[in-house]
Design a protein around this ligand. Structure first.
Ligand code: SAM
Length: 291
């Protein structure tokens, strides 16, 4: 029996249906349209396992029923998009970026902060480990090192398409194991014990504003950013979407600003002409690159 036929056979328990080719194609088309996330055929097993739970929760017997539901139910469609995002992240991920941030960009930002606002964007922030890593770098090793921030207007915007991830960022609470990735002295300085493990100290939380944002919808922000971290996000998009997003990110980089992308990513579109590669998966605004 074909998978499609199996998926529509009677008597299946909710959530135990096969995912047929037609239903997978319909789901992939929705993901492409809503989030520009490209689901290759190789993702079929992953889609099946992540959405089987939704079938059970909605008490649906087949993926055909589920696809019919998401076609007309915007709320379930948004839930499906969230269920099919990959949110893997950790504190101080790709530590060389934070070495560069501290050693090259921060001295410049400290000088600039006496005269103007400093803005940093974590685009695709997942559960918040990335923006809080940036916050810990800005705060430094202890309260004395953080003193410069009291006179400065410095903010980190953290955005993600997934509302549960944005809520997790706002909570700033993590398991004890997650905290092990944070090197001393940052761990002692900017974490507090909590019943679930640890929580981010108020000084670090105060720097971060978390908001839901689909990167392919209009951006409500007006300003340009001194640093944009868009790491391990573009890998999920097709080439046209990557090129489009790269260009929009490049246009939002302030003079002297840096774009940090993920370890397996590179700029593939016209943004590569606007920005200069100046390190491992690290691009500078043209003004900085030409120095
Ligand atoms: C693998 S995580 C990367 C987290 C963090 N940047 C890092 O490198 O550790 C990718 C994140 O991108 C988000 N994402 C995927 N498509 C998106 C879109 N169209 N708009 C905004 N965020 C998106 C996902 O929800 C997920 O949280």
């Amino acid at each position: 029996m074909s998978q499609a036929a199996a998926s529509s056979s009677a008597g299946e328990a909710p959530g135990e249906s096969e995912l047929g080719a037609a239903e997978f194609a319909a789901i992939a088309a929705i993901m492409q349209r809503e989030a520009r996330i490209h689901l290759s055929d190789a993702k079929r097993t992953l889609v099946h396992s992540r959405l089987s739970r939704r079938l059970r929760e909605r008490r649906l017997a087949t993926f055909r029923d589920y696809v019919a539901m998401v076609q007309h139910d915007a709320e379930e469609r948004a839930t499906m998009v969230v269920a099919l995002t990959t949110n893997h992240t950790h504190f101080f991920r790709e530590a060389h970026h934070f070495d560069h941030f501290r050693e090259t960009l921060m001295p410049e930002l400290k000088r600039a902060a006496s005269a103007r606002p400093v803005r940093i964007w974590s685009a695709g922030c997942s559960s918040g480990e990335e923006p809080y890593t940036i916050a810990m770098c800005l705060l430094g090793r202890d309260r004395t090192a953080a003193a410069w921030l009291r006179q400065a207007d410095v903010r980190i915007l953290a955005t993600d398409i997934s509302t549960p991830m944005v809520e997790a960022t706002r909570r700033g609470v993590y398991g004890a194991a997650a905290a092990e990735a944070i090197p001393e002295p940052y761990r002692s300085a900017w974490l507090r014990p909590s019943p679930q493990g640890v929580e981010i100290a108020p000084e670090a939380r105060a720097l971060v504003t978390a908001r839901p944002l689909n990167l392919f919808e209009p951006w409500p922000m007006r300003q340009r950013y001194d640093a944009i971290f868009c790491r391990n996000v573009m890998i999920y998009f097709d080439d046209a979407a990557k090129a489009e997003l790269e260009l929009r990110l490049a246009d939002r980089l302030a003079p002297g600003g840096f774009l940090y992308i993920g370890h397996s990513e590179r700029l593939i579109g016209p943004a590569a002409q606007k920005l200069g590669l100046c390190g491992q998966t690290l691009y500078a605004h043209a003004q900085e690159a030409s120095r």
